[in-house]
Design a protein around this ligand. Structure first.
Ligand code: ZN
Length: 593
């Protein structure tokens, strides 16, 4: 994958947050298309400006009570990021956020009034489970409550908030596990060591907002106790996360979800129109454009959407709420030369349209943009040619317009590289923010690295291609039996959940033979992703100690890191990481084998 920038990159010229109006304004030199999303823990609105550079150090502005601060910085080589962070105890209704462009270079982000999640003044430490309350609830609800032993946390109440749910707990902060049913219609959030308060008598609720139809609370286990929140989803395209908040409770919010956005092309002071209009949008066309590099979805009015990979079908899914498919829409005509293997359109429910996109071999799904309110553009990238900088240059010029450099010598050689995605199956590896699991990061990255190497004529062997249990010894055996030239094990790092500030990549080698490989890949990842540099280090990990060829172990970021977890959850970023790893391996092969 080549990092592509728009022909002319934009620069963020100025920004200002007006606390009295809850309004952010910014101007750029060159047009931008901002993307906004609300992220939890802490609750913050993140506005990314793709193709934009800051060209100076990041800055911030401390705001006040509900809104803690506004920060501006360079998120990666191509993206300037503006973060509006709320103090704990506050949230925003994402539907109320309006991003308006007066021109492509003058933008206003209007926030709704922040809402209080939980008054921090009334935090109490009541008795934990099993301590009978003096005010006993009615007998029938007690009868519903099985006897629970060993609870360290009590679930007191469940509240529907503007952007999700708030579970008030007392006692310890419980370990949280979020799971999704195979058909993706149900999310279960398990709180370990937690008993449901006998006073919590209403245990089922019709929610009917934010893509959730109904919720239910059950005491799933009694000894040790596990309290379970089950959400029946009406919009399976939305991912959910649950995180312990600072003051007794668990915040449950979507991890992804497009925010209402309108393009304001009028200069007057008319009230703004929210993108989520009452009348559903009509999807009028879905077509390939710009030389098969984009899939465009056109509607008759502004759209909101969520998107992500659907694991069951291995397709990229775009879910468009409040929309109907026009009868005449057929989708693009595809043939053997098309970048897509299949595009499926379906009216998922009365007012939700789902578009499933299956890329052809060698094609990567890039970012999904919204060039105008009523138009979605999915970037499609042919990954057959991977750019490899010449040995003398240390950085890929970001705006290089030349064709990608090919790899002399490699396509005819018989180089064998073993790619080892760590963990798998019953062993998820490290588990971090929002239950982000190491295996779900390293497996797709490993598969993508192998695929990129294959395309360059290198024989890439994966130690595992799916979620299976694989001990360390067989991983080494695979490398030894295949007479591999190089061994690259891919892992993600973790530290305590209380250290979201720790982020960055580490690259390990054991014998000196692995050092140059470690250095080359490490440098390539830093250049290709802009992640924090935590150094190349020596360590006695089994797989790099027992392999006879140059071997490295990559820690591609922290699942417990606030920045890393957000990035590693994103399939587009994982592809970027895979490309950087592959580029490093190819450079090493080019220079050493
Ligand atoms: Zn690991």
């Amino acid at each position: 994958m080549v990092i592509t920038l728009p022909a002319e990159a934009a620069t963020l010229q100025s920004w200002r947050f007006d606390a009295s109006r809850n309004q952010l304004t910014f101007t750029t030199e060159g047009g931008v298309q901002p993307r906004a999303q609300l992220i939890a823990d802490p609750t913050r609105l993140v506005i990314d400006l793709p193709g934009t550079t800051l060209g100076r150090p990041g800055t911030s502005q401390v705001v006040g009570e509900a809104i803690r601060e506004v920060r501006v910085g360079q998120f990666d080589a191509q993206t300037t990021r503006i973060v509006i962070e709320l103090n704990s105890g506050y949230t925003l209704n994402p539907q109320g956020v309006q991003v308006r462009g007066a021109t492509p270079s003058q933008w206003t982000v209007q926030l709704p009034t922040p809402e209080r999640v939980e008054p921090s003044a009334t935090v109490v430490t009541p008795p934990i489970a099993n301590t009978p309350s003096p005010n006993l609830p009615p007998t029938e609800s007690v009868a519903d409550t099985p006897a629970v032993s060993g609870a360290t946390t009590q679930l007191e109440s469940v509240r529907v908030t503007p952007d999700g749910f708030f579970l008030r707990t007392t006692g310890d902060a419980p370990a949280i596990n979020v799971d999704r049913s195979r058909n993706r219609r149900q999310i279960t959030i398990d709180l370990a060591g937690t008993a449901i308060s006998p006073q919590l008598t209403q245990r089922q609720l019709d929610v009917n907002r934010n893509g959730v139809g109904r919720l239910e609370i059950t005491q799933a286990e009694t000894s040790p106790p596990v309290a379970r929140l089950t959400l029946d989803l009406t919009n399976p395209g939305i991912e959910w996360r649950a995180t312990a908040s600072n003051f007794g409770g668990i915040v449950v919010v979507p991890t992804s979800g497009a925010i209402a956005r309108t393009e304001d092309d009028s200069n007057d002071d008319e009230p703004e129109i929210e993108a989520t209009a009452a009348e559903p949008a009509t999807i009028e066309a879905i077509e390939l454009a710009n030389g098969n590099t984009q899939l465009l979805i056109r509607a008759n009015q502004p759209l909101t959407y969520t998107s992500g990979w659907d694991r069951a079908t291995a397709a990229y899914q775009i879910t468009i709420p409040s929309a109907r498919l026009d009868d005449s829409v057929e989708g693009p005509q595809l043939d053997s030369g098309s970048p897509l293997m299949r595009v499926r359109l379906r009216q998922e429910s009365e007012d939700t349209v789902v578009v499933l996109v299956q890329p052809a071999t060698g094609v990567q799904i890039g970012s999904l943009n919204q060039p105008s309110g009523s138009l979605l553009a999915l970037e499609l990238q042919r990954s057959a040619a991977i750019a490899v900088p010449s040995p003398t240059s240390t950085a890929v010029p970001p705006s290089t317009a030349q064709a990608p450099v090919s790899l002399p010598g490699v396509s005819n050689s018989r180089v064998v590289v073993v790619i080892d995605p760590g963990h798998g199956g019953p062993d998820p590896g490290a588990v971090g923010i929002n239950g982000l699991r190491e295996t779900e990061i390293v497996l797709p990255i490993g598969i993508q690295v192998a695929s990129l190497l294959q395309q360059q004529g290198i024989q890439a062997i994966l130690t595992r291609q799916d979620e299976r249990d694989l001990d360390l010894a067989p991983r080494v055996q695979i490398a030894e039996r295949s007479n591999a030239d190089l061994f690259v094990s891919i892992h993600a790092n973790a530290i305590s959940l209380s250290r979201p500030d720790v982020n960055g990549i580490e690259t390990y080698y054991y014998s000196s033979g692995g050092l140059p490989l470690a250095q080359t890949i490490h440098r390539s990842i830093l250049q290709g992703t802009g992640m924090t540099d935590r150094g190349v280090r020596q360590a006695r990990f089994y797989v790099i100690r027992n392999t006879s060829m140059p071997a490295v172990l990559l820690e591609v970021g922290f699942v417990t890191g606030r920045d890393d977890a957000a990035r590693l959850s994103d399939p587009a970023f994982r592809n970027q990481m895979a490309a950087a790893i592959a580029r490093g391996i190819l450079q090493y092969v080019q220079q050493n084998l």
